[in-house]
Design a protein around this ligand. Structure first.
Ligand code: UDP
Length: 334
């Protein structure tokens, strides 16, 4: 099969590419490296079944050609990360909504199936966990930039479902819940890579708010498996499906667990939300997926234990530190 991945040099996209290549598919990547990185795909670049294009998907002629070449499209290109969204809300809304529109438009000309990556963020402040796919989306006011991400993703979902209803364009929407693992960067605010780097560098681990807020972290390899299985499941077309783990942990407990797994003595600092993000920032207290629908459609349950996931992230950053030290040593000797 020939698979097109938009955002293929991103964190999830690069793991998806790796999995598809390993099972023998041809993979075409398009990525503008805005939040993705060539580092993420360096180990894949010599594979003759991989071709990659460092272009924005807004380049509609390139996109149309790549869609033509593909049998299936995984649309992962998006602006992500709470920090990035607060800093660049215009970019977030435009990239997400326009990008998805262009992908759907191109795919629908030949009815190529599209996986659209959405997010648990769309459930917003809904307090009733676990979140089922037909639960209400409860968003805050438009004056708070955080909600622009959820709203833009909700519009993407409406658009994709409308392409299915009106034009019979096959789409599957996956709502990803706090996906983590090696290669995720902390640059856009994601909690696990930040905590691991802080622990390894013996800096204070910064817990925002009280730390009582909780999340369920899903290993990226489980998320990729779920995505691939969903695209192979007939019953998934035209559906919205949660992709996540059931293992819930508070952010304060996560900080302690990271410190332990990284064998670190970093102190844990509590930082008020106003200082961490922007005045009046609203966080979600709990975010837990209902994954019955995923299990029913695919027979798959994400179950990598969080401690093992953290070990993988610790090993990833420790290796990067080691490489940086070797390079620094080499430049001193020159
Ligand atoms: N968080 C934190 N310290 C950090 C980064 C994030 O305490 O350095 C908190 C954040 O406020 C949220 C949780 O960790 O309550 C998860 O944040 P992330 O941005 O990873 O994902 P979210 O669930 O907010 O989309």
């Amino acid at each position: 099969m020939r698979c097109l991945i938009t955002g293929g040099a991103g964190f999830i996209g690069s793991h998806l590419a790796e999995h598809l290549l390993a099972r023998g598919d041809r993979v075409i990547l398009i990525d503008d490296l805005s939040t993705g990185s060539i580092e993420n795909i360096r180990h894949l670049k010599n594979d003759p079944r991989l071709s990659y294009y460092l272009e924005p998907i807004e380049n509609r002629h390139v996109l149309a050609e790549l869609v033509d070449e593909a049998d299936v499209i995984f649309h992962l290109a998006a602006a992500v990360g709470v920090k990035l969204i607060i800093e660049r809300p215009v970019h977030t809304i435009e990239t997400n909504v326009n990008g998805t529109q262009l992908v759907l438009e191109a795919a629908s000309k030949k009815r190529k199936p599209v996986f659209c990556a959405s997010t648990s963020e769309v459930y917003g402040k809904n307090g009733k966990v676990p979140f089922a796919e037909d639960s209400d989306l409860v968003l805050g006011p438009t004056s708070k930039s955080r909600w622009s991400y959820a709203a833009s993703k909700a519009v993407e979902e409406f658009l994709a479902l409308s392409y299915w209803k009106e034009k019979r364009q096959p789409v599957v929407i996956g709502r990803l819940f706090n996906t983590v693992g090696p290669r995720q960067t902390g640059r856009y605010g994601m909690v696990l890579p930040n905590f691991v780097q802080q622990a390894l560098e013996r800096r204070p681990i910064t817990v925002f708010g009280s730390g009582e807020q909780s999340r369920c972290f899903c290993h990226v390899k489980d998320a990729v498996e779920a995505i691939i299985r969903l695209m192979a499941a007939d019953g998934a077309v035209g559906e919205v499906v949660n992709i996540g783990s059931r293992e819930e942990i508070s952010i304060a407990a996560l900080a302690r667990l990271v410190r332990e797994r990284a064998a670190s003595d970093s102190p844990i600092d509590f930082v008020p939300y106003d200082k961490a993000y922007e005045p009046g920032f609203e966080d979600m207290l709990r975010r837990v997926p209902s994954i019955e629908k995923l299990e029913r459609l695919t027979g798959f349950t994400p179950r990598t234990p969080l401690s093992r996931t953290i070990d993988g992230v610790v090993a990833h950053f420790a290796e990067r530190q080691r490489q940086a030290a070797v390079e620094a040593g080499a430049s001193l000797r020159v």
